[in-house]
Design a protein around this ligand. Structure first.
Ligand SMILES: Cc1cc2nc3c(=O)[nH]c(=O)nc-3n(C[C@H](O)[C@H](O)[C@H](O)COP(=O)(O)OP(=O)(O)OC[C@H]3O[C@@H](n4cnc5c(N)ncnc54)[C@H](O)[C@@H]3O)c2cc1C
Length: 463
């Protein structure tokens, strides 16, 4: 140790990096974490999960007041939007949570090295004018927005997700390029607050990677809420003049172009791993074709002593996946057995209702063999019905021979919370019968998971 500054040096303090650093310190390793942002917490806490959920939560209240949900329950209100206060509570949530990570670093004696890190050798990193040598280096540099070629993001008229969180006024017309999770969430925020929102998606359906039936039903529900969709359509140009954008759209398969105007254009076509500026070559590392750092089952890169986790490595770009990898990599560095089961990583879209899934889609499961599927509509769930939340369903997909649960998908107001039980059941190798015979509290939305599990063998009670 004598000539090393740290046992573990983590680059990046997002959910992958800060969690890895805290766990490494908890395991008695001398740990530092380099972060170039002014605050800790990475994309997730600063410009991702947390601020988007602050805006989604607040705008949901506004929508319930403005669009008759509250009136249905006997509460007559005419809401007045105070966007500055709404943004204020978003900033406050970010400030408190990023400050919380700083507190945890101090509590666990993780040293925060402020600045940008670049390798000078496989075990050495330059941060400002400091050269830091570490026995183990964990790359957790995350990801950033993929730009649309030829479209300049000015964060005024054409924004990325960061700009879309901070719009100073509600746009009249907003066009969202990309019908993935981030586009649908942020499109929902501004639709709820009064914008006319059009989502343009190149594929023939929104939410790539989700179960086919869930994709179709989500599309239907969001359309009913007033979001317009242009599927199988590509954006071939965006010009901005006098504070307004004109977009040129073409059918994905080719054909006649059309133009639409927008006050705000959100470019949300994906994210790419952050490796530029790391000087990976000086460490003897390279990226794969997708720009990611390849790792083995234990999060080791091809260079001994260098590890990587989170959005910068292959797999879904999700905060909880990054966090679990952060814990596992620290445990592996400490000589323990850190494992992440990448087959059981839940995905959630925080629209209203929420959309969530874990494990295989029905399409993917069928490719592997014979399956059984049980479905239960939220309309028949007593709590959802009482709460005026009729949209959505739960679907449980099992192996036809063993009854083992292969995937669970939900559209429900609290699907993001419900999916945790499905993930836990799958982690324990549950069958649909295990879920069906587990006592669920009544009345809860989660009973729909039990009933969908009962439906696998054709025996739900309430439909
Ligand atoms: C709008 C939006 C909403 C999202 N919502 C959700 C959600 O609800 N749920 C969910 O699971 N995921 C969500 N995500 C995705 C989630 O934010 C990421 O998956 C997660 O942050 C990845 O964590 P990470 O630690 O790998 O990287 P990041 O959080 O990106 O952190 C990496 C950090 O490394 C720093 N860094 C990079 N290079 C260097 C360097 N060379 N030197 C020093 N520091 C460096 C960066 O400044 C950054 O702070 C959302 C993302 C966005 C954009």
């Amino acid at each position: 140790m004598a000539d090393y500054d740290f046992d573990v040096l983590v680059i990046g303090a997002g959910p992958g990096g800060y969690v890895a650093a805290i766990r490494a310190a908890q395991l008695g390793l001398k740990t530092g974490c380099v972060e170039s942002r002014e605050t800790l917490g990475g994309t997730c806490l600063n410009v991702g999960c947390i601020p988007s959920k602050a805006m989604l939560h607040a705008s949901e209240f506004y929508d319930h007041a403005a669009n008759g949900m509250m009136a249905k329950m006997g509460i007559k209100v005419t809401p007045e939007l105070d966007l500055d206060t709404m943004h204020g509570q978003r900033k406050d949530a970010v400030k408190q949570l990023t400050g919380g990570i700083e507190f945890l670093f101090k509590k666990n004696k993780v040293e925060w090295l402020k600045g940008h890190a670049a390798f000078t050798a496989a075990d050495t990193v330059q941060v400002g004018d400091r050269s830091v040598r570490a026995k183990n280096i964990v790359i957790a540099t995350g990801s950033s927005v993929v730009p649309l070629p030829g479209v300049e993001i000015d964060q005024k008229v054409v924004v990325d997700s960061t700009g879309a969180l901070e719009l100073p006024k509600v746009p009249g017309q907003m066009v969202v390029i990309g019908g993935g999770v981030i586009g649908l969430e942020l499109g929902s925020v501004w639709r709820r607050l009064g914008a006319k929102v059009t989502v343009v998606e190149f594929l023939d359906q929104i939410l790539p990677g989700f179960d086919g039936e869930v994709r179709k039903e989500s599309n239907k529900i969001l359309k009913k809420q007033g979001i317009e969709f242009k599927l199988s359509t590509k954006v071939t140009g965006v010009t901005v003049k006098d504070g307004k954008a004109t977009l040129t759209l073409e059918p994905a398969a080719g054909g006649t172009a059309e133009t639409i105007e927008a006050d705000t254009v959100l470019v949300s076509i994906g994210r790419k791993p952050n490796t530029a500026g790391l000087a990976l070559d000086r460490a003897g590392l390279a990226t794969n074709q997708r720009g990611q750092i390849e790792i083995d089952h234990d999060f080791r890169t091809s260079v001994p002593g260098i590890w990587a986790v989170g959005d910068v490595v292959p797999g879904p770009m999700l905060a909880h996946k990054a966090e679990d990898e952060g814990i596992a990599v620290a445990e592996n560095i400490a000589g323990q057995h850190g494992i992440v089961n990448h087959d059981v990583i839940p995905s959630v879209v925080y629209t209203w209702p929420e959309i969530a899934g874990v494990g295989l889609t029905e399409e993917a499961a069928k490719e592997r063999g014979e399956v059984k599927v049980g479905k239960f509509p939220m309309l028949a769930n007593s709590r959802a019905k009482t709460n005026h939340e009729p949209d959505g369903f739960v679907k449980v997909i099992t192996d036809a021979k063993t009854d083992r649960v292969l995937g669970v998908w939900c559209i429900a107001s609290v699907a993001g919370t419900m999916i945790a039980q499905a993930a836990q059941a799958m982690e324990f190798g549950a069958t649909s019968e295990d879920i069906a015979y587990t006592c669920h509290a009544h009345p809860t939305h989660s009973e729909a998971i039990k009933e969908a599990a009962m439906a696998v063998t054709g025996k739900p009670i309430h439909i």
